[in-house]
Design a protein around this ligand. Structure first.
Ligand SMILES: Nc1ncnc2c1ncn2[C@@H]1O[C@H](COP(=O)(O)OP(=O)(O)OP(=O)(O)O)[C@@H](O)[C@H]1O
Ligand SMILES: [Mg+2]
Length: 313
């Protein structure tokens, strides 16, 4: 659905030029919710502007539904719904009129325009405000309006640049539900977000960008495995009857880094998840095992590790 090849953006300054996006290539498949991550200034918004056909790549290209975003700009845009990082609206327009205006732009019939605009504004919780001018909307209300506006053309691809910032908890939950529902209906989602728990919840695959370059594109599971090899995994076991002898046996197991006593049992710190083997060892030693909880690296740890390594190099 999205195919970027050697996508590059160089900003020409007064004296020197700056490469904000440096020859990145990636593919987003149909039906995916694809996470796009990176520290401030990594080049995410610049990339999103090129995918959306707003900004011209300096080198390379990006295709959306097979259409080059520059050569086939209008066709590519027809398939895209975008929530920009900072949505800008005609402030003097009423919410409902603004959506009808966008609908007209996409060639939607007059009678259909109003029906669709109303329906979308209701869905995003702006039912009581649709007759008000956009300048009277709060920050979060504008964000909700942007969500409604991005859906007016029934896009096949939804591109979201930090959609949750500025939304209240109810708004965030509504937004996530809407995106999930759309994805279930086959809409492909490209999600850039600093809220890593949101990305973890919504995306299978992520791309991590740093200083304009891709440092990882993979499933969260695979990244977690790769990083897991470099970090520690905690296996918390609630159990009764753990003697010093048993502790020694567990300490000598392969991949175990150390064993700590906790109030209700032990924490086995290991280099990979060996919880089944630990369980077996404990049971064989006559220990009554209650529960086992494993904490593997979160997306936050993966992100910090990978972007941290980049900064060191
Ligand atoms: N119009 C511009 N002219 C010059 N430099 C720019 C321009 N737009 C962005 N940049 C630079 O390009 C780099 C990438 O910016 P971009 O907005 O893409 O980052 P980002 O990953 O979206 O960051 P954030 O998480 O803060 O939104 C930054 O160093 C920024 O200063
Ligand atoms: Mg940005």
């Amino acid at each position: 659905m999205i195919e970027a090849q050697n996508l590059t953006k160089v900003f020409k300054g007064f004296r020197k030029s700056f490469t904000a996006v440096d020859s990145i290539s990636f593919r987003v498949e149909k039906g995916e919710v694809f996470g796009f991550l990176g520290p401030n200034g990594a080049g995410k918004t610049t990339t999103i502007r090129m995918i959306s056909g707003i900004s011209r790549p300096t080198r390379g290209n990006v295709k959306v539904c097979g259409y080059d975003t520059i050569l086939d700009n209008v066709k590519a845009k027809k398939h895209i719904g975008l929530i920009p990082e900072t949505p800008g609206f005609y402030d003097e327009m009423k919410g409902i009129d603004l959506l009808c205006f966008y609908a007209e732009f996409y060639g939607i019939q007059k009678v259909e325009r109003k029906r669709k605009a109303r329906e979308l504004l209701e869905t995003v919780g702006l039912k009581d405000f649709m007759g008000g001018k956009v300048k009277t909307y709060s920050h979060g209300m504008k964000k909700r309006l942007a969500l409604a506006a991005s859906l007016i053309n029934d896009p096949e691809i939804l591109i979201l640049d930090e959609p949750s910032t500025g939304l209240d908890p109810k708004g965030i939950s509504l937004f996530r539900k809407m995106v999930k529902d759309l994805n279930n209906k086959g809409v492909t989602v490209f999600l850039s977000s600093h809220i890593l728990s949101e990305v973890e919840q919504m995306c299978k695959r992520v791309c991590i960008l740093s200083k304009g370059k891709i440092i990882a594109v993979d499933s969260i599971e695979n990244l977690s495995k790769k990083i897991g090899m470099k970090t520690q995994i905690n296996v918390f076991i609630d159990a009764e009857g753990i003697t010093d002898n048993v502790l020694d046996v567990v300490r000598k197991m392969s991949d175990v880094l150390r064993v700590e006593k906790t109030g209700t049992g032990i924490n086995v710190v290991c280099s990979r998840n060996i919880s089944p083997a630990v369980n077996e060892t404990l049971v064989r030693s006559g220990v009554k095992v209650g529960s086992i909880r494993v904490t593997e690296p979160s997306l936050e740890e993966i992100f910090l590790k990978l972007t941290g390594e980049q900064n060191e190099s």
